[in-house]
Ligand binder design. Structure first.
Ligand code: GAP
Length: 554
């Protein structure tokens, strides 16, 4: 078994993850999070909220997972969210054309048969809305779009001030072609995305100084070869295009390492031009090194420019601009349109004023040409350019309308859960014993924070242990009470699921009201007074108390 198989075997056995619909033979791309997996995933999402909602101040929204066709036509997904697929003429297996390598010699990787011609396959799941099924809908392939379609409301919520960010965590769906990478490539998965609306030509980040010295490992697109560099230097040298991207690369590194992804297994790779999504001008992927799949993408950090807002603005005829005031008003010389009412009055009579207003609403560029046309009450009216005069005026301008650009860090939560399981999974040889499997998950996201064991299920130890369990639960800790099997087996069980601390109640507890606390990583134990156990456990979990100083060593 390779490491992926060993991790997945443990994950299934211990209640983290398993394939959905197993009793019916399962279908690739769908996985359930079991009791421990669901808590772990939720705790990772909550840590993400700490970073983006609490620290960055991006309000979180929660939109529908089904979108109407108009949304995905405007976003470009109906036309552009496609992969090239090839089908084997012999065994019928489907493959992503870009996943076929030269070693297959153009034949089917499964049976060697002849492959058909590649064709474009749209990855969105299509559905029909309403009982008459007339309205087409799609399961969303990214959470982002309903943030873009609600831009007008959001910008007012943020009092028309740039930059501002909006966060969303939720399910997304992609009908991946024959996903063969287990839990890495799913057809339904959870994204945590932040959409940050910035001034189009002001991509300096107000807090860039706080991350400028962060060292990151970058793989720029021309080089695709690693360099260790500070984010500040990378922006200065133009390796990272601007401070907003740099800031979010540093933030992603900070989040991923807090989750438990080791720094030495993390890199940021810039997309080559041919792999960029249709909406992005630049994108850096946070990738982690895994045993079976090598480097996999966990986060994409993209500059989506004004692509989405402009496209929705055109398709929905909605105003997606923000008025940005200048620091100081600017004096500008402008060419002002002055329709000649002496001509328009007699020609258009009652309609003359409307014609003049329509002409004033046109730009100078629109007024170039042999003939000008405007629409008045549904009718096209043709105007001779000679009927218009121009005047140069000096005006004081307070600001201008801009369509914001969007910077987007987009996290795949399921992949982060898997990467964390793999990176924290260790098999150790322990003297006179079988291998100890230990999951070194950071205490701030471990699905169970503390286990409580009575040494024996008699002699009054159970009652005492239940009291300790209750005290810990009252303090909102995630606790597991376990009295089955030998104490050694119970320690092993909790090592394997990553429980950082175990509290054991033994006969000495009855004599002197003390309990032991065992540390998962070092397997060391200290004795502490029962009335101090909550405070010490909380201190150990938060890192405020060191294990060495927590109590009397045993
Ligand atoms: N809104 C931008 C966006 O959707 P993406 O790079 O396509 O960007 C973001 O997706 C993240 O979602 C990826 O970095 C990856 O972690 C995760 N992801 C993408 N496809 C996935 C799949 N089929 N299964 C599991 N996670 C996936």
């Amino acid at each position: 078994m390779d490491k992926y198989e060993r991790v997945i075997e443990m994950a299934k056995r211990r209640g983290f993850l398993w394939q959905s619909f197993e009793i019916y033979g399962a279908t690739a791309g769908f996985w359930d999070f079991g009791p421990l997996g669901a808590i772990l995933k939720r705790r990772i999402e909550n840590l993400w909220r700490e970073f983006y909602v609490i620290n960055e101040g991006f309000y979180e929204v929660d939109g529908p997972t089904i979108g109407i066709e108009d949304v995905f036509t405007a976003s470009g997904h109906v036309r552009g969210f496609v992969d090239l697929v090839v089908e084997c003429k012999k065994c019928g297996e489907m493959f992503r054309a870009d996943h076929l390598t030269e070693k297959h010699n153009g034949g089917c990787p499964e049976c060697g048969g002849v492959l058909g011609d590649p064709y474009a396959f749209n990855l969105m799941f299509k559905t029909a809305i309403g009982p008459d099924s007339k309205r087409i809908g799609y399961l969303r392939p990214e959470t982002a779009q309903n943030i873009f379609t609600a831009f007008g409301r959001l910008v007012r919520f943020y009092r028309n001030k740039l930059p501002f960010g909006v966060a969303q965590i939720g399910k997304v769906y992609r009908n991946e072609i024959s996903p063969r990478q287990g839990v890495i490539r799913l057809r339904e998965f959870t994204q945590a995305e932040a959409e940050i609306f910035v001034h189009p030509w002001e991509k300096r980040h107000p807090r860039f100084g706080s991350v400028a010295d962060t060292v990151v490992r970058l793989y720029p697109k021309e080089k695709q070869d690693g360099i260790n560099i500070t984010v500040g230097e990378a922006v200065e040298k133009g390796i990272i295009a601007h401070q907003f991207l740099g800031y979010h690369i540093a933030l992603a590194q900070s989040f991923l390492t807090d989750v438990g992804i080791p720094l030495e297994k993390l890199r940021f790779r810039q997309h080559r031009v041919d792999e960029r999504a249709h909406y992005a001008v630049d994108c850096w992927d946070a990738e982690t090194l895994t045993d079976r799949f090598e480097w996999i993408e966990l986060v994409g950090i993209a500059d989506r420019t004004d692509y989405d807002l402009k496209s929705h603005s055109e398709h929905a005829n909605a105003d997606m601009r923000v008025f940005v005031s200048y620091d100081r008003p600017k004096t500008v010389e402008q060419l002002v349109i002055k329709p000649d009412m002496g001509v328009l009055g007699p020609k258009f009579k009652d309609m003359a004023a409307k014609v003049a207003d329509a002409l004033k609403a046109l730009s100078i560029d629109q007024l170039r040409g042999e003939e000008i046309a405007v629409k008045i009450d549904g009718k096209i009216v043709r105007i001779d350019p000679k009927w218009i005069e121009y005047e140069r005026v000096t005006e004081e301008v307070q600001g201008e309308y801009v369509v914001p650009h969007i910077i987007e860090p987009s996290y795949g939560i399921d992949r982060i859960v898997y990467a964390l399981l793999e990176h924290s999974f260790e098999e150790e040889c322990v003297e006179d014993d079988d291998a100890r499997i230990v999951l070194r998950i950071p205490p701030n996201i471990a699905p169970i924070q503390v286990a409580v064991f009575p040494l024996l299920s008699k002699d009054g130890l159970v009652e005492c242990a239940k009291r300790v369990e209750s005290l810990l639960r009252q303090n909102k800790l995630l606790v597991d009470y376990d009295e089955s099997g030998t104490i050694g087996r119970r320690y092993r069980r909790h090592d394997e699921i990553g429980t950082p601390l175990a509290v054991t109640i033994d006969h000495q507890t009855l004599d002197d009201d003390t309990v032991t606390i065992r540390d998962r990583d070092s397997m060391e134990q200290v004795r502490v007074r029962t009335d101090e156990v909550v405070e010490i456990v909380c201190g150990l979990l938060s890192g405020d108390v060191s294990f060495e100083g927590a109590g009397t060593r045993i």
